[in-house]
Design a protein around this ligand. Sequence first.
Ligand code: PXL
Length: 277
Amino acid sequence: MNYKKVLTIQDISCVGQCSLTVALPIISACGIETCVLPSAVLSTHTAGFTGFTFRDLTEDMPGIKDHWVKEGIAFDAIYTGYLGSTKQIEYIEDFFKTVAAPGCVKIVDPAMADNGKLYPGFDDAFVDAMKGLCAKADFIVPNITEACFLTDSDYREEYDTAYIDTLLSKLTALGCKSVILTGVSYKPERTGVLVLQDGQKAYYEHDKLPNSCHGTGDIYSSAFTGALVRGKTAYDAAKIAADYTVECIKATAGDASHWYGAKFEPVLMKLIQALEG
Ligand code: PXL
Protein backbone atom coordinates (compact mmCIF):
# COMPACT_ATOMS: atom_id res chain seq x y z
CA MET A 1 0.00 0.00 0.00
CA ASN A 2 1.30 3.40 -0.91
CA TYR A 3 -0.51 5.26 1.89
CA LYS A 4 2.05 7.78 3.15
CA LYS A 5 2.64 8.34 6.83
CA VAL A 6 4.30 11.48 8.19
CA LEU A 7 5.64 11.98 11.69
CA THR A 8 5.71 15.56 12.90
CA ILE A 9 7.62 16.49 16.04
CA GLN A 10 6.85 19.86 17.60
CA ASP A 11 5.11 21.34 20.62
CA ILE A 12 1.43 21.55 21.41
CA SER A 13 0.60 25.12 22.21
CA CYS A 14 -2.92 24.46 23.45
CA VAL A 15 -4.04 27.93 22.35
CA GLY A 16 -2.34 30.04 19.71
CA GLN A 17 -2.69 28.34 16.30
CA CYS A 18 0.86 27.22 15.81
CA SER A 19 2.98 24.07 15.82
CA LEU A 20 0.98 20.82 16.21
CA THR A 21 -2.48 22.41 16.24
CA VAL A 22 -1.61 23.71 12.77
CA ALA A 23 0.54 20.86 11.41
CA LEU A 24 -1.90 18.04 12.19
CA PRO A 25 -4.96 19.52 10.44
CA ILE A 26 -3.00 20.90 7.50
CA ILE A 27 -1.04 17.74 6.67
CA SER A 28 -4.17 15.63 7.22
CA ALA A 29 -6.08 17.90 4.82
CA CYS A 30 -3.37 17.16 2.27
CA GLY A 31 -4.53 13.55 2.45
CA ILE A 32 -1.58 12.26 4.42
CA GLU A 33 -1.72 10.16 7.61
CA THR A 34 -0.18 12.38 10.25
CA CYS A 35 1.41 10.95 13.39
CA VAL A 36 2.54 13.33 16.12
CA LEU A 37 5.19 13.48 18.77
CA PRO A 38 4.65 16.48 21.06
CA SER A 39 7.98 17.98 22.13
CA ALA A 40 6.36 20.01 24.90
CA VAL A 41 2.91 21.13 26.04
CA LEU A 42 2.38 24.85 26.58
CA SER A 43 -0.79 26.63 27.61
CA THR A 44 -0.16 29.10 24.74
CA HIS A 45 2.72 29.94 22.42
CA THR A 46 5.44 32.23 23.72
CA ALA A 47 5.12 35.13 21.29
CA GLY A 48 2.92 37.72 22.91
CA PHE A 49 1.33 35.78 25.78
CA THR A 50 2.91 36.01 29.22
CA GLY A 51 2.81 33.53 32.09
CA PHE A 52 2.39 30.50 29.84
CA THR A 53 2.94 27.00 31.26
CA PHE A 54 5.60 24.76 29.70
CA ARG A 55 5.89 21.00 30.19
CA ASP A 56 8.99 19.61 28.55
CA LEU A 57 8.43 16.11 27.12
CA THR A 58 12.10 15.32 26.35
CA GLU A 59 12.19 12.41 28.75
CA ASP A 60 9.24 10.70 27.05
CA MET A 61 10.92 10.58 23.66
CA PRO A 62 13.22 7.53 23.98
CA GLY A 63 10.41 5.34 25.36
CA ILE A 64 8.06 6.39 22.56
CA LYS A 65 10.73 5.59 19.99
CA ASP A 66 11.49 2.19 21.55
CA HIS A 67 7.82 1.26 21.39
CA TRP A 68 7.55 2.27 17.72
CA VAL A 69 10.67 0.28 16.87
CA LYS A 70 9.20 -2.75 18.65
CA GLU A 71 5.95 -2.35 16.68
CA GLY A 72 7.87 -2.02 13.39
CA ILE A 73 6.48 1.49 12.81
CA ALA A 74 8.36 3.61 10.25
CA PHE A 75 7.55 6.91 8.55
CA ASP A 76 7.72 8.09 4.94
CA ALA A 77 8.59 11.59 6.14
CA ILE A 78 9.67 13.17 9.43
CA TYR A 79 9.00 16.88 9.84
CA THR A 80 10.28 18.73 12.90
CA GLY A 81 9.28 22.17 14.15
CA TYR A 82 9.56 23.96 17.49
CA LEU A 83 11.49 21.78 19.95
CA GLY A 84 11.48 21.90 23.71
CA SER A 85 15.18 21.36 24.53
CA THR A 86 18.66 20.85 23.10
CA LYS A 87 18.59 17.20 24.18
CA GLN A 88 15.58 16.62 21.92
CA ILE A 89 17.73 17.38 18.90
CA GLU A 90 19.98 14.44 19.82
CA TYR A 91 16.94 12.20 20.15
CA ILE A 92 15.56 13.34 16.81
CA GLU A 93 18.84 12.47 15.10
CA ASP A 94 18.23 8.97 16.44
CA PHE A 95 14.59 8.98 15.19
CA PHE A 96 16.00 9.84 11.73
CA LYS A 97 17.91 6.55 11.84
CA THR A 98 15.49 4.22 13.64
CA VAL A 99 11.93 5.06 12.56
CA ALA A 100 12.57 6.21 8.99
CA ALA A 101 11.09 4.05 6.21
CA PRO A 102 13.31 3.57 3.15
CA GLY A 103 13.41 6.88 1.25
CA CYS A 104 12.08 8.82 4.27
CA VAL A 105 12.16 12.58 3.61
CA LYS A 106 13.44 14.62 6.54
CA ILE A 107 12.15 18.16 6.77
CA VAL A 108 13.46 20.46 9.49
CA ASP A 109 11.88 23.80 10.25
CA PRO A 110 14.44 25.33 12.64
CA ALA A 111 11.62 27.19 14.42
CA MET A 112 13.56 29.23 16.93
CA ALA A 113 13.64 32.86 15.84
CA ASP A 114 12.00 35.69 13.91
CA ASN A 115 12.45 39.41 13.30
CA GLY A 116 16.17 39.23 14.17
CA LYS A 117 15.66 37.59 17.59
CA LEU A 118 15.58 34.12 19.14
CA TYR A 119 12.24 33.14 20.69
CA PRO A 120 12.23 33.18 24.51
CA GLY A 121 14.01 30.18 26.03
CA PHE A 122 16.46 29.47 23.21
CA ASP A 123 20.22 30.04 23.50
CA ASP A 124 23.49 29.56 21.59
CA ALA A 125 23.73 25.89 22.59
CA PHE A 126 20.32 25.25 21.03
CA VAL A 127 21.35 27.08 17.85
CA ASP A 128 24.54 25.00 17.63
CA ALA A 129 22.60 21.76 18.03
CA MET A 130 20.08 22.92 15.41
CA LYS A 131 22.95 23.46 12.95
CA GLY A 132 23.74 19.74 13.27
CA LEU A 133 20.10 18.69 12.78
CA CYS A 134 19.76 20.90 9.68
CA ALA A 135 22.82 19.19 8.17
CA LYS A 136 21.02 15.84 8.48
CA ALA A 137 17.77 17.01 6.87
CA ASP A 138 16.75 16.69 3.24
CA PHE A 139 14.96 20.05 3.39
CA ILE A 140 15.24 22.90 5.83
CA VAL A 141 12.63 25.66 5.97
CA PRO A 142 14.17 28.62 7.79
CA ASN A 143 13.11 32.26 7.71
CA ILE A 144 15.88 34.82 7.23
CA THR A 145 16.42 35.30 10.97
CA GLU A 146 16.87 31.56 11.47
CA ALA A 147 19.20 31.35 8.46
CA CYS A 148 21.31 34.11 10.08
CA PHE A 149 21.53 32.28 13.40
CA LEU A 150 22.40 29.01 11.64
CA THR A 151 25.20 30.67 9.68
CA ASP A 152 26.43 33.25 12.23
CA SER A 153 25.48 36.03 9.83
CA ASP A 154 24.33 39.56 10.57
CA TYR A 155 20.57 39.95 10.36
CA ARG A 156 19.41 42.71 8.03
CA GLU A 157 15.96 44.19 7.44
CA GLU A 158 16.97 45.29 3.95
CA TYR A 159 19.17 43.30 1.65
CA ASP A 160 19.94 42.40 -1.93
CA THR A 161 20.32 39.15 -3.85
CA ALA A 162 24.04 38.96 -2.93
CA TYR A 163 23.14 38.85 0.79
CA ILE A 164 20.61 36.06 0.22
CA ASP A 165 23.07 34.14 -1.99
CA THR A 166 25.68 34.33 0.78
CA LEU A 167 23.19 32.97 3.32
CA LEU A 168 22.38 30.08 0.98
CA SER A 169 26.07 29.30 0.36
CA LYS A 170 26.75 29.27 4.09
CA LEU A 171 23.77 26.94 4.69
CA THR A 172 25.13 24.63 1.99
CA ALA A 173 28.55 24.76 3.65
CA LEU A 174 26.85 23.70 6.89
CA GLY A 175 25.75 20.53 5.07
CA CYS A 176 22.14 21.49 4.28
CA LYS A 177 21.01 19.71 1.11
CA SER A 178 17.97 21.72 0.05
CA VAL A 179 16.78 25.00 1.47
CA ILE A 180 13.36 26.65 1.33
CA LEU A 181 14.13 30.16 2.58
CA THR A 182 10.94 32.02 3.46
CA GLY A 183 10.17 35.73 3.65
CA VAL A 184 12.64 36.83 0.99
CA SER A 185 11.51 40.31 0.01
CA TYR A 186 13.37 42.55 -2.43
CA LYS A 187 10.57 45.06 -3.01
CA PRO A 188 8.27 46.78 -0.49
CA GLU A 189 5.03 45.15 -1.61
CA ARG A 190 6.38 41.79 -2.71
CA THR A 191 7.85 38.84 -0.86
CA GLY A 192 8.59 35.23 -1.67
CA VAL A 193 10.46 32.01 -1.12
CA LEU A 194 13.85 31.01 -2.42
CA VAL A 195 14.18 27.31 -3.23
CA LEU A 196 17.69 25.89 -3.40
CA GLN A 197 17.89 22.29 -4.58
CA ASP A 198 20.80 20.44 -6.17
CA GLY A 199 22.67 23.73 -6.42
CA GLN A 200 19.84 25.30 -8.47
CA LYS A 201 18.02 28.36 -7.19
CA ALA A 202 14.42 29.30 -7.98
CA TYR A 203 12.50 32.23 -6.54
CA TYR A 204 8.72 32.37 -6.19
CA GLU A 205 7.52 35.91 -5.60
CA HIS A 206 4.05 36.90 -4.45
CA ASP A 207 2.20 39.81 -2.84
CA LYS A 208 3.28 40.96 0.59
CA LEU A 209 0.19 41.77 2.62
CA PRO A 210 0.16 44.76 4.96
CA ASN A 211 -0.77 42.60 7.96
CA SER A 212 1.34 39.74 9.29
CA CYS A 213 0.31 36.97 11.68
CA HIS A 214 2.05 34.82 14.21
CA GLY A 215 2.31 31.13 13.28
CA THR A 216 2.52 31.57 9.52
CA GLY A 217 5.95 29.87 9.53
CA ASP A 218 4.29 26.73 10.89
CA ILE A 219 1.43 26.98 8.40
CA TYR A 220 3.97 27.34 5.61
CA SER A 221 6.17 24.37 6.64
CA SER A 222 3.14 22.14 7.23
CA ALA A 223 1.64 22.92 3.82
CA PHE A 224 5.07 22.46 2.21
CA THR A 225 5.44 19.06 3.89
CA GLY A 226 1.92 17.97 2.90
CA ALA A 227 2.39 19.01 -0.72
CA LEU A 228 5.85 17.44 -0.96
CA VAL A 229 4.68 14.13 0.47
CA ARG A 230 1.71 14.26 -1.95
CA GLY A 231 4.33 14.06 -4.69
CA LYS A 232 4.77 17.69 -5.73
CA THR A 233 8.26 18.92 -6.64
CA ALA A 234 10.00 21.02 -4.00
CA TYR A 235 9.38 24.18 -6.06
CA ASP A 236 5.68 23.41 -6.59
CA ALA A 237 5.28 22.50 -2.90
CA ALA A 238 7.01 25.77 -1.93
CA LYS A 239 4.68 27.71 -4.24
CA ILE A 240 1.49 25.95 -3.06
CA ALA A 241 2.50 26.58 0.57
CA ALA A 242 3.21 30.26 -0.16
CA ASP A 243 -0.14 30.80 -1.88
CA TYR A 244 -1.95 29.05 0.97
CA THR A 245 -0.15 31.10 3.62
CA VAL A 246 -1.16 34.31 1.80
CA GLU A 247 -4.79 33.13 1.86
CA CYS A 248 -4.53 32.47 5.61
CA ILE A 249 -3.17 35.98 6.24
CA LYS A 250 -5.94 37.49 4.08
CA ALA A 251 -8.55 35.50 6.03
CA THR A 252 -7.21 36.98 9.28
CA ALA A 253 -6.91 40.62 8.15
CA GLY A 254 -9.00 43.15 10.01
CA ASP A 255 -9.57 41.09 13.17
CA ALA A 256 -7.35 42.64 15.84
CA SER A 257 -8.64 40.16 18.43
CA HIS A 258 -7.00 37.38 16.44
CA TRP A 259 -3.44 38.77 16.88
CA TYR A 260 -2.05 35.43 18.13
CA GLY A 261 -2.43 33.33 14.97
CA ALA A 262 -3.78 33.01 11.46
CA LYS A 263 -7.24 31.74 10.53
CA PHE A 264 -6.02 28.85 8.43
CA GLU A 265 -9.19 26.72 8.75
CA PRO A 266 -11.65 28.55 6.42
CA VAL A 267 -9.18 28.41 3.51
CA LEU A 268 -8.07 24.77 3.82
CA MET A 269 -10.19 24.01 0.75
CA LYS A 270 -7.92 26.27 -1.34
CA LEU A 271 -4.91 24.20 -0.30
CA ILE A 272 -6.74 20.98 -1.17
CA GLN A 273 -7.72 22.42 -4.57
CA ALA A 274 -4.13 23.51 -5.27
CA LEU A 275 -2.95 19.96 -4.61
CA GLU A 276 -5.37 18.61 -7.22
CA GLY A 277 -3.87 20.86 -9.92
O1 PXL B 1 5.40 29.30 15.64
C1 PXL B 1 6.55 28.92 16.25
C2 PXL B 1 6.30 28.58 17.69
C3 PXL B 1 5.91 27.31 18.03
N1 PXL B 1 5.69 26.95 19.30
C4 PXL B 1 5.83 27.85 20.30
C5 PXL B 1 6.20 29.16 20.02
C6 PXL B 1 6.45 29.54 18.69
C7 PXL B 1 6.85 30.90 18.39
O2 PXL B 1 6.92 31.77 19.19
O3 PXL B 1 6.29 30.03 21.02
C8 PXL B 1 5.60 27.42 21.71
